[in-house]
Design a protein around this ligand. Structure first.
Ligand SMILES: CC(C)(COP(=O)(O)OP(=O)(O)OC[C@H]1O[C@@H](n2cnc3c(N)ncnc32)[C@H](O)[C@@H]1OP(=O)(O)O)[C@@H](O)C(=O)NCCC(=O)NCCS
Length: 161
């Protein structure tokens, strides 16, 4: 699996993968109505505007024409930098999420971050904990009247020479 920086032309494929991830990995943690409300807010335009705003995405695929298997992102910020990670349901628990997180984390470090923060949905909590994050506070999100329970989690980055 190769990981490369995404370009605007990837926005539709990223949205497709994001919806797959929510629909396949979300139901173990959330009620069906919550999963549907969450998936419904995902559109390609979301990524185009995020990219235009400075968020950088990384995508994983087996070869250039293959479907995307996962993505991560890095959001530069004045305080803790933001990250996110999603993988396709069929690609879960193979270490791909950790590899994608490492790429986003390395970019944050290269851009001066000393801490990174994530608003983790419940399917991500054990993953982020395994990757060195600690819970800061609950940070639920409401979409279309449905509450998606989330936790803000943070990781202090070790400064390397
Ligand atoms: C969270 C997510 C990105 C993890 O991706 P992944 O490729 O499956 O993660 P990895 O294989 O790198 O897992 C690394 C470690 O994290 C932990 N972990 C990952 N998923 C877990 C789960 N469902 N339950 C318990 N521990 C889990 C384990 O310790 C795992 O190591 P192990 O497989 O050797 O036990 C993926 O589950 C996902 O996309 N979830 C749905 C969307 C989501 O909630 N994303 C986070 C939003 S902020």
């Amino acid at each position: 699996v190769r990981i490369r920086e995404a370009v605007p032309a990837d926005a539709t494929a990223i949205a497709d993968l994001h919806i797959d991830s929510i629909r396949s990995l979300g139901p173990a943690f959330y009620a069906p109505a919550v999963v549907s409300a969450w998936a419904a807010v995902v559109t390609p335009a979301m990524y185009l505007s995020a990219m235009a705003g400075g968020e950088v995405f990384f995508v994983a695929q087996e070869h250039e024409q293959a479907e995307l298997l996962g993505f991560s992102s890095h959001i530069p910020a004045a305080g803790p930098h933001g990250v996110s990670v999603y993988v396709r349901g069929t690609a879960a628990r193979r270490g791909l999420g950790s590899s994608l997180l490492r790429v986003a984390e390395d970019r944050a470090r290269a851009h001066g971050a000393t801490q990174i923060e994530i608003q983790a949905s419940l399917p991500g909590v054990a993953f982020y904990r395994a990757n060195g994050f600690e819970t800061v506070a609950p940070s639920d999100v409401v979409f279309d009247g449905q509450t998606i329970q989330c936790l803000t989690m943070r990781k202090v980055l070790i400064v390397r020479d």
